[in-house]
Design a protein around this ligand. Structure first.
Ligand code: SF4
Length: 695
């Protein structure tokens, strides 16, 4: 007690899109005691293994403490002047589209807002994209096609009230563990049924009564069959259908489909359709198995078609539900962090939207065409079109498909600025200028989780060395480039107020995203802001969308899309006979910058591995724990074989986390082909073709 008493700070976990609330209490020795926040609506006190080990990840050994130019410590003054001067000179010589920002779902909303404003409003290019492109872009495209806006209709409470939950391409038990626990709790309380649709048998299947191990990439065929069965069973909601258009054509397309390409038995498909149709309260949760596909947007729309046709959307316990990978993937979408979006869910292609944002920012110009999406951005860096690149809190040398080509593109880019909390990543090592940013638990701002809940992240520790918050770094570059008034921010609260006010203008265009009720927050109100689900206006807070059947296309209707199955773009051939699936493990996060610091987390799965079916292992004379070489047309990796029938013959699985820093020959994205969905630009990260040989 007394003078030694440490204040507990409420914040949110920096990992997945569940967005769990945490209570942080300084331990008096530079560390934090981390517990689940019983008052946060996302987790009500629960934490998963990653969240509860956060206290073990705060060591400063790897931290970047000062700005560096080509390895030498310099002052902020020197570093930021160099960044601003080089950007200005590059624009003068090659035009604004020669500059690109590649940012991250790890950014707080305020950081994201300033980055987007600097690029789209002032530099005058739309070349800002985020690693959410690898994560959620197909959902954004699918939502926009169906609803007119990127709206997540439902809430986490729907998971408590559902009678059936279908997980599509989602290992929720490992990737969104607290939501999975929440579903299991509902199951104990009310007998909720659980179906998993995934080529691989994952930990999520343990609690499920049905696992449909469909062939990779055949989700559209399965959901088109469901659509047909909904119609055949007379389960179309004719009243709700009045709020939609496109039904007939979508159904005609679905009727041409043959669900046998899924590889599932007719009995399995019938059982699934009967269960889905017979259960009014059904939530279909989808994640990376749907998104990371060359037909990702079509998969999303195939799912949305079923919910719209059956009128199972906008009601308690019903709806399609996209779960986001990163802590602020949603915030990034809302703030316009993708190259084809404007702030506040406004559209870059819409001249009225552009004019409104330009006026609001008093900006010289807002570009009228989408910028380069992630894969194209690094291609443009590789072929010399991008002359200056700013990468913020992401590690594309590890996480981008065709990662070796991305590494070479960054290495050869004439000017690369990297903001991060450490200089010890594969990407940071390639920087011309490294800028030390504050980390989670040292910075203040907001994030939005998968169910539209805006929560505060709060600082509980001092910023180490010379590190600064990202919004402050970005704003200072904006000022040094000559836009002093536009970037004259003193606090994250000030940025948030501006953003909230802009959302009020967006609302006048009939957009969904509106947090204008927070536009007049005082510093104290911002400091104490409780988790709140948007929309947040003076008249309304939170809840579900689409109960009233009002959508965001100009005619107010939802659209059912005619979508036809397309197989994954890469075909297996004798030289590359295996299909490579990639994904997360339970206890690591992304490229392990933080989670590798926790001994407890490292104990779960200590090294990179390749799951391979016993039959394939035998055919290749591969014994358990043998080292194998995995090769694709784009790169190779050496992994330890885990022989398991959780993958089917002909399919292999490898985790994404290991880096050149942690396991020099296991950067799995070096093998992944940079093939993208033509609508969303999202890469097909789960269906590359590879060869596997014993080392
Ligand atoms: Fe963090 Fe996600 Fe685990 Fe919650 S479920 S503690 S947000 S990693």
């Amino acid at each position: 007690g007394g003078a030694c008493e440490q204040k507990t700070v409420r914040s949110t976990c920096p990992y997945c899109g569940v967005g769990c609330g945490v209570l942080l209490t300084p331990d008096g020795q530079g560390g934090l005691d981390v517990r689940g926040d019983p008052d946060h609506p996302a987790n009500r006190g629960r934490l998963c293994s990653k969240g509860s080990a956060l206290g073990e990840t705060l060591g400063l050994g790897q931290r970047l403490m000062a700005p560096r130019i080509r390895g030498l410590d310099v002052s902020w003054e020197t570093a930021l002047q160099k960044v601003a001067d080089t950007f200005r000179e590059t624009i003068a010589e090659y035009g604004p589209d020669s500059i690109a920002f590649y940012v991250s779902g790890q950014l707080l909303t305020e950081d994201y807002y300033v980055a987007n404003k600097l690029m789209k409003g002032f530099i005058g290019s739309a070349n800002i994209d985020t690693n959410s492109r690898l994560c959620m872009a197909s959902t954004v495209a699918g939502h926009k096609r169906a609803f007119g806006t990127d709206t997540v209709p439902g809430t986490y409470e729907d998971l408590d009230e559902a009678d059936l939950i279908v997980l599509v391409g989602s290992n929720l038990a490992w990737c969104h563990p607290v939501l999975y626990q929440r579903i299991l709790a509902a199951r104990r309380a009310r007998g909720t049924r659980l179906v998993v649709i995934d080529p691989r048998r994952t930990a999520s299947c343990d609690g499920a009564e049905m696992h449909l191990a469909l062939e990779p990439g055949t989700d559209v065929a399965l959901f088109n069959r469901l659509f047909r069965e909904i119609y055949a069973a007379g389960a179309v909601d004719q009243t709700y259908l009045r709020h939609t258009e496109g039904f007939d054509e979508a159904l005609r397309t679905a009727c041409r489909e043959d669900s046998s390409v899924t590889g599932l038995s007719e009995q399995q498909v019938r059982d699934f359709c009967r269960l889905w149709i017979g259960t009014e309260k059904v939530v279909t949760i989808f994640s990376q198995g749907v998104n990371q596909s060359s037909s990702g947007s079509d998969k999303v729309n195939a799912i949305l078609n079923c919910h719209l046709a059956a009128g199972r959307i906008g009601k308690p316990g019903c709806g399609p539900f996209s779960v986001t990978g990163q802590p602020n993937a949603m915030g990034g979408r809302e703030v316009g962090g993708l190259a084809n979006m404007l702030a506040c869910h406004l559209d870059l292609e819409n001249a009225d939207h552009r004019a409104a944002v330009r006026d609001f920012w008093s900006a010289p110009a807002v570009p009228d065409a989408p910028g380069l999406k992630a894969v194209d951005m690094f291609r443009a860096a590789g072929d010399g079109r991008i002359k200056a690149l700013w990468i913020i809190h992401t590690n594309p040398v590890v996480s981008m498909p065709e990662a070796d080509a991305v590494r070479d593109a960054i290495a050869n880019c004439p000017f690369t600025v990297i903001s991060d909390i450490t200089g010890a990543t594969d990407t940071a090592r390639l920087a011309d200028i490294l800028l030390p940013a504050t980390a989670w638990a040292e910075k203040d701002g907001t994030v939005t989780n998968s169910d539209r809940t805006v929560s505060r992240q709060r600082a509980a520790l001092p910023a180490p060395g010379l590190s600064r918050p990202d919004w402050a770094i970005l704003a200072e570059v904006g000022r040094r480039m000559g836009w002093t008034a536009a970037f004259d921010y003193q606090s994250p609260a000030e940025i948030f107020r501006e953003y909230a006010a802009l959302s009020g203008i967006a609302e006048t265009f009939g957009r969904d995203f509106d947090i204008s009720g927070l536009a007049a927050l005082s510093e104290t109100e911002y400091e104490t802001l409780a988790p709140t689900r948007w929309p947040i206006t003076t008249g309304r807070t939170g809840g579900r969308f689409f109960a009233d059947g009002r959508f965001f296309h100009p005619n107010g209707k939802a659209r059912l899309l005619p979508v036809a199955f397309r197989p994954p773009a890469a075909r297996t051939v004798p030289r590359y006979p295996f299909r490579l699936n990639t994904g997360r493990t339970r206890d690591q996060w992304h490229t392990m910058t933080r989670t590798s610091l926790s001994p407890r987390l490292a104990a779960h799965l200590a090294e990179p591995f390749l799951e391979i079916h016993p039959q394939d292992a035998q055919a290749g004379s591969i014994a358990a724990a043998d080292l194998v070489r995995v090769e694709s047309p784009h790169g190779s990796a050496i992994l330890r074989a885990r022989i398991t029938d959780s993958v089917k013959p002909g399919q292999v699985f490898a985790p994404i986390h290991w880096t050149g820093e942690t396991a020099p020959s296991a950067r799995i994205d070096a093998l992944v082909a940079a093939i993208t969905d033509p609508v969303s630009g999202q890469p097909e990260s789960k269906a590359s073709v590879v060869n596997v040989t014993r080392l």
